[in-house]
Structure formats: structure tokens, C-alpha cells
Design a protein around this ligand. Structure first.
Ligand code: ATP
Ligand code: MG
Ligand code: MG
Length: 380
């Protein structure tokens, strides 16, 4: 079976690695160069999008910000899963909020802002502090403004107007203003829906961010009620989209309630731990789903956490001497803050995982990996 992945980054690469044993071939469409490449060696090129569509039995995506004409062309071939509508919903916060409202899924109070009058109305009807997010093209906390104090409203509006003016021409720009949620923590759920509508999920994962970028994820094995709540929301969203593949949902946890922050119509950074902590990783399950194969289960087989490697292209090899530590590089050139790879740490018990995370933290340069130790506290 042949699969074309739209996007040629680390997610396509990890899908390719995951399904080699299933004899599934992955090629990736690099949107930058508009060429089809081998995701394990992007120098190897296989022609344009049409050639990629021709090659593929199934087409899927590794990210949601894909030009609509590319999505349309893929969808016209009848091979695209999930649907272009599902992918677009993940890439446009207006559609995303609409989906959450239509599916009756709890989320932060918000208002969509396209002009000054919308902005004024948001200030009048929502409680400060607010977070304002670009409707399009936002990721890793980019395209966001925080408004804590009405005195700064004019400045922020000028900034947003400039942002609209500097954006792509001929596109209707907007920001979504959300009330800041006083969350206790952030968690996410990665799950999958097959072509028949069956769903399975992995356990909730606790996530920690530094400067808006995910740094550490810890799979949670004991959150029974929270897990049920998250799974119900997953089913509502995935069914509303008639989704096929892996879908991730980011939540704010407030007390024992979950509010959806956003969805990602793809495999997700907070699901990388599944490579070592589950029988079937999110990467394999995504490809299984879009290829019409049965889903592997999402149960946690052993306590596992993931640490992102940001902006560094080496780590001391010594970490590999710690039992059940695996290192995953993405083969990307070094750039400050860039996601370069990740480290998965597994153990037999939460206590042992806490100890191993502490060992890893001791070996890693603290400048780049501050606070890992503290995240291990999630387990104790
Ligand atoms: P990514 O796609 O990389 O996860 P993003 O750019 O889409 O990031 P969000 O996930 O919407 O951005 O927001 C980034 C972070 O900002 C969140 O993980 C959370 O810590 C904080 N944040 C976002 N919205 C809110 C909110 N309404 N209340 C409180 N904190 C928020
Ligand atoms: Mg996002
Ligand atoms: Mg997010």
C-alpha cells in the first residue's frame, strides 16, 4: 500500500518509520518546494503533486495549514483522509469554534473579531484577561496577543490591524478573542477513528509548555473520570467531522472539568510517547486508520514521558545508558527553538519513571532543559 502525506516534516518521517514493517510505503509532499519526497531523505524527489496523487492509494496530512487548492486536488482524487473539511477546521479557529459549539463541547468563552466594532464588543462582553489568537496559521503560540488591562486595548488593536494588513492578500483575516482560563493544568487526548466510525483513544497526557512551545508530556494512567469525560468529547468531535485518522484534542483542566482549547487533525507532539508507551504508536494508528486497517489499542503499557529537544542537535549519549530511554532525531538543521527531536522515557512504575526523568534531567544541559525535574512531579 502507498500513502502520500501532505507535509514532509518529522511527523511524516515518524509515520514512514512506523509502518515500514507493515509494508506500507510513505512519500511526502513538501509544500515549500511543491515536490514529492522521501520523508526519510528529503533529497530524494519523486515529482510534483500530481505524481504524488498518482502514486498514492491513500492521501493524508501531517499538518493543518495546507493550501486549499492542494487539499481540493487531493480530495478530487477520492483518496484524501481525513476530509479537507476536517483539515481546514483544524487550521481555522473560526471553524474550530463553530464545530465545538455545534457539537456542544465545552470551551472558553470567546468572540470572533473581524473589525474594530467586533473588538469593542469583545471588550464589553468578555472578562479580562483575554487571549487573542489569529484565526489562521497559528501554532506554537505564534500570532497571539494577551490583553490584561483595558488601558492596552488600543495598542493591541493597532497591532492586530497591522497583522491583518500584513497577512495574505484576498483572505478574510480574523482573530478569536478568548477569555483566559484559570486552568490547573493542560492535558491532551490523542485518539483515532477508523473508516467504519469505530474510535479508540490513548490515555490523557499532561503537557508543559515553555514560551508557548510544548516541552514535556507525561501519559496519565489513573485519571479514570477525566479520561471518560475526554473520551466523550473526542467522540462528539470525531463523529461530527466524520473523521478518519488520528485526531488530538488539547484541553484546559479546571478543577475536575475539561474545556477544549483546540484540536489538531493529525498526529500530535503530545502523542510521541506512544512510540514506547503503547503497543501501537499514534503514527502507526494514523496510517492504519486512513488505510482502512483495524486500529491498534491505545492502552498505556508502561508509564512513559516525552521530552522535546528544542534548538539543539546533540545531547550527551550518556542518556542512552539509562534503561528504557529512547532518542528520536528528526534530521533537521539546527535553528534556535526548533523542534529537533525528542526523548522518550519509560519505566515499570511511576516512581521509577520519576527517578529516570531526574537522571535524564541531570545529564541534559540545564540551559535547554530547565524544569524537567519539576514535571516529573506530575507522577508523584
Ligand atoms: P500549538 O498548536 O503549538 O499547540 P497554538 O499556537 O495553536 O499552539 P494555543 O494552543 O491555542 O496556541 O495556545 C498556546 C498556549 O497558550 C496554550 O497551550 C495555553 O498555555 C495558553 N492559552 C491559550 N489559550 C488560553 C486560554 N483561553 N486561557 C489560558 N491559557 C491559554
Ligand atoms: Mg494550535
Ligand atoms: Mg495548542
Amino acid at each position: 500500500m502507498n500513502v502520500l502525506v501532505l507535509g514532509a516534516g518529522q511527523l511524516a518521517r515518524m509515520m514512514a518509520l512506523a509502518v515500514k514493517p507493515l509494508n506500507i510505503q510513505i512519500r511526502a509532499y513538501d509544500v515549500g518546494s511543491a515536490s514529492v519526497v522521501d520523508p526519510l531523505n528529503t533529497e530524494l524527489q519523486y515529482g510534483d503533486l500530481s505524481a504524488g496523487i498518482e502514486f498514492a492509494d491513500t492521501i493524508t496530512a501531517e499538518f493543518e495549514h495546507i493550501a486549499h487548492d492542494v487539499l481540493a486536488k487531493c480530495e478530487a482524487s477520492g483518496k484524501l483522509k481525513p476530509s479537507s473539511q476536517a483539515i481546514k477546521t483544524g487550521g481555522d479557529r473560526r471553524l474550530e469554534k463553530q464545530l465545538l459549539e455545534n457539537a456542544s463541547v465545552a470551551n472558553a468563552k470567546h468572540k470572533i473579531i473581524e473589525n474594530k466594532s467586533d473588538f469593542d464588543q469583545a471588550l464589553a462582553t468578555l472578562e479580562l484577561p483575554l487571549i487573542l489568537k489569529s484565526a489562521l496559521a497559528g501554532y506554537d503560540g505564534k500570532g497571539q496577543w494577551r490583553l490584561k488591562d483595558k488601558a492596552h486595548a488600543d495598542d493591541i488593536w493597532l497591532d492586530i490591524e497591522a497583522f491583518f494588513a500584513g497577512g495574505e492578500q484576498g483572505v478574510k483575516h480574523a482573530v478569536v478573542a478568548e477569555q483566559m482560563v484559570p486552568f490547573n493544568r493542560e492535558v491532551s487526548l490523542v485518539g483515532m477513528r477508523d473508516v467504519h466510525g469505530n474510535t479508540k483513544v490513548y490515555p490523557l497526557t499532561e503537557n508543559h509548555h515553555t514560551d508557548g512551545v510544548l516541552t514535556v508530556s507525561v501519559a496519565l494512567e489513573t485519571a479514570v473520570e477525566l479520561q471518560a469525560q475526554a473520551q466523550l468529547m473526542f467522540d462528539k468531535i470525531a463523529n461530527a467531522l466524520e473523521y478518519v485518522g488520528v485526531l488530538a484534542i488539547e484541553f484546559f483542566q479546571v478543577g475536575d472539568q475539561l474545556l477544549v482549547n483546540e484540536i489538531a487533525p493529525r498526529v500530535h507532539n503530545s502523542g510521541h510517547w506512544t512510540q514506547q508507551g503503547a503497543d501501537t504508536s499514534q503514527f502507526e494508528n494514523h496510517i492504519r486508520a486512513v488505510c482502512g486497517l483495524p486500529l491498534g489499542n491505545g492502552d498505556l503499557v508502561r508509564p512513559t514521558a516525552m521530552i522535546n529537544i528544542l534548538g539543539e542537535d546533540t545531547v550527551p549519549n550518556e542518556i542512552l545508558s539509562i534503561p528504557s530511554v529512547t532518542l528520536h532525531w528528526y534530521g533537521k538543521s539546527k535553528r534556535a527553538g526548533r523542534k529537533m527531536g525528542h526523548i522518550n522515557v519509560s519505566a515499570q512504575t511511576n516512581k521509577q519513571l520519576t527517578e529516570r526523568l531526574a537522571e535524564v534531567a541531570n545529564i541534559l544541559p540545564s540551559r535547554a532543559f530547565a524544569d524537567i525535574q519539576q514535571y516529573a512531579n506530575a507522577l508523584s
